[in-house]
Design a protein around this ligand. Structure first.
Ligand code: GDP
Length: 296
């Protein structure tokens, strides 16, 4: 299960603290040394770890903690709050345009889970009584269009395609027009990915962006790739002004690094968490729930 290693290690550290009636500054320092190692081992960005530990220490070594009858609990509470802050504090909601349709551009590397997440997002919107339109702009990966059509049929959402001989920019433009004519209040544009970030991919995304003027640019990243996911997010953000991240494959044995670092490194909030290959509604990402889950 995701975060298992991190959760076990943190529980160990806090177990020791909890047993103590009083904690000294040395106890806090020792605990923080162990938390630091646990976070690094979970593949959390080293700068993020450094700042995090400094913040927790500053609060934990304050008067209140030391005087408390349950100092261990106070420190766990501080860690919980700081973890929540690290992941964005509060839930970051999906944008909604005053002038429908709300346009959502889905970007990401190949295999991150873009098409699957587009389907899950549509399913979430359907559940909330919206009328999403999926637009198939990945004309390069064989079967990508078909995959989206199958998904659309499965969940009952229309899919707009012009095949693989029209440029993605034209498909986006026509898809938007189609949505306006058919009363779709959300448009989800599934774009092509590449194995690596390259200029051609970015240029195409920028052109689609110019035409579609999205209210949301969601980057889909694979949580299992840890720091690589954070690097990818940083590169995309530098070129495309992301509005949010969809973190996929949280059902796998991800060590947690991506979930804990993306917001701090890029400033871009995680808006959704995805689990499983089955098309279930996408889950909004709740920093406070994730922090509690990590702490076990
Ligand atoms: P794309 O190239 O970014 O469009 O990626 P796909 O949506 O085709 O997904 C690539 C693979 O990852 C497929 O086999 C999906 O079933 C799988 N996948 C996508 N999202 C998840 C997820 O949240 N959890 C798991 N376990 N697998 C996922």
């Amino acid at each position: 299960m995701a975060f298992e290693g991190l959760t076990n290690r943190l529980q160990n550290v806090f177990g020791k603290l909890r047993g103590k009636g009083k904690v000294s500054e040395d106890d806090v320092n020792e605990a923080m040394r162990e938390v630091r190692l646990a976070l690094l081992e979970a593949d959390v960005n080293f700068k993020v770890v450094k700042d995090f530990i400094a913040k927790v220490k500053e609060r934990a070594i304050g008067q209140e903690t030391m005087k408390s009858f349950t100092p261990g609990m106070v420190i766990i509470d501080i860690v919980n709050k700081e973890l929540t802050e690290l992941m964005g504090g509060t839930q970051s909601k999906l944008a909604k345009s005053n002038k429908p349709p709300t346009v959502i551009l889905m970007a990401g590397l190949q295999g991150a889970g873009k098409t699957t997440s587009s389907g899950k997002l549509a399913k979430m919107l359907l559940k909330d009584n919206h009328r999403p339109l999926l637009v198939a702009c990945d004309i390069y990966r064989p079967a990508a269009i078909k995959q989206l059509q199958v998904l659309g049929e499965q969940i009952g959402a229309p899919v707009f395609t012009l095949g693989d001989q029209t440029s993605p920019v034209d498909i986006a433009r026509s898809g938007l027009q189609h949505a306006k004519e058919n009363g779709n209040d959300y448009v989800i544009i599934d774009t092509a990915g590449r194995l690596h970030i390259d200029e051609a991919l970015m240029e195409e995304l920028r052109q689609i962006h110019d035409v579609a003027k999205p209210d949301e640019v969601l980057l889909v990243v694979d949580a299992m790739t840890g720091q690589e996911a954070v690097n990818v997010a940083e590169s995309f953000h530098g070129q495309l002004e992301l509005t949010g991240v969809v973190l996929t494959k949280l059902d796998g044995d991800t060590r947690g690094g991506a979930a804990l670092s993306v917001k701090a490194v890029t400033g871009c909030p995680i808006k959704f968490a995805a689990t499983g290959e089955k098309i279930e509604p996408l889950e909004p990402f709740h920093p406070e729930r994730m922090a509690s889950r990590i702490l076990g």
